[in-house]
Design a protein. Structure first.
Length: 75
């Protein structure tokens, strides 16, 4: 680095620090937003899967009961 480069960096040191701090804050906010969206997606996936399992169980029980009734009637 030349003396001129060093002087430019020293003159703009506070401005550079502000840019670095702003970038750090924005990256943290972005990371938190992505984490929140990922958590919401995972929660929705788990709840929808659980609901489907409950419905599937009911359907299986209905089918088994109908087979049992048919068996008991000798059909």
């Amino acid at each position: 680095m030349t003396t001129v480069d060093v002087l430019l960096v020293v003159c703009h040191c506070q401005e550079i620090d502000e840019y670095v701090e702003k970038a750090k804050d924005q990256s943290c906010a972005t990371l938190i937003a992505l984490g929140s969206r990922g958590f919401a997606f995972a929660t929705n996936l788990i709840l929808s899967t659980a609901a489907k399992v409950v419905l599937m169980r009911r359907k299986i029980v209905e089918i088994l009961l109908s087979f049992f009734v048919l068996y008991m009637l000798g059909l």
